[in-house]
Design a protein around this ligand. Sequence first.
Ligand code: ATP
Ligand code: MG
Ligand code: FE
Length: 340
Amino acid sequence: MRVLGIETSCDESGVAVYDGERGLMAHVLHSQVDAHAVYGGVVPELASRDHIRKLAPLVREALAAADCGPTDIDGVAYTAGPGLVGALLVGASLGRSLAWAWGVPSLGVHHMEGHLLAPLLEDDPPEFPFLALLVSGGHSQLVAVEGLGRYQTVGQSIDDAAGEAFDKTAKLLGLPYPGGPALAELAETGTARFDFPRPLTRKPGLDFSFSGLKTAVAYALQKAEPSPTLKADIARSFEEAVVDTLVLKCRRAIRQTGLRRLVIAGGVGANRRLRRAMAAMCEAQDASLHFPRPEFCTDNGAMIAFAGYCRLRAGEVTPPGISARARWRLDELRPPTAAA
Ligand code: ATP
Ligand code: MG
Ligand code: FE
């Protein structure tokens, strides 16, 4: 089975072709970063309009790169939520229309299920069950994954998501949008001389809280003597605080759940310091660690094509109609069910 996947939940238009036998055949991406950078964040209306402009050419490009025509596609998957509703509807409309025109089934994919399954696109994919840390721009959660569509959130952020904390802190430091990668780069040149909090690590439990960290950064900026290295040192101290916190919670989750495979996905999973620290922790815990390649940590069409393939293959289809959900909890998902 060969599936065309479309991602438009936020500010990235992604299209990919995944084939059950041949694997990922093509993936193309258009990032809207430049369009939103001047506003310091994503402007939903601009995002929708840009998806409209870019999506059809991207589909053509992905099909050409996969060297296949419409008749070679057996199903279409598109992100149906959670995300910006206007942006989602662009992908949903095109996805449903193509499927209807081509006479193939189509399926609305949960964006976070896409992130969660992305590591399965890599060599040596983890088997079920595994523990997943989803750390993206809008989500921070620890999920016990029993199988496809069998997800139990065992911990989550009670305020900001990890990526959101990176972005807001980067803004405080005067770094350009999107802040996460810029902050990580600045941190490379800094020293961790500020002892920022490791929120909720002293209490039991697997929840996260990142909003206090941003406040600690704001205080440090106000109090310290301005110096050329100040921002780099703050960036480094902030990054280490987030990484320490995430590593500690994952170690705790491994011990509590007994799961010996850890998957890290979502944009913050691209962070190099996090990748290194998680690798060391997993080695000490005798657990295996699985990441998507960095470009598949952030939003992309490949993860949607793959998640869609996993469900379409099992016979699941989304009933007719074009709809999208801004909010949609991962725990609401169920294993694929074949259409009657
Ligand atoms: P969600 O998936 O929750 O809907 P999203 O799709 O906006 O949110 P992603 O595309 O998965 O999120 O990830 C983007 C986030 O990842 C941003 O917050 C960005 O700052 C962060 N990010 C990307 N690269 C890095 C990095 N190297 N270090 C830290 N954070 C990073
Ligand atoms: Mg994005
Ligand atoms: Fe995402």
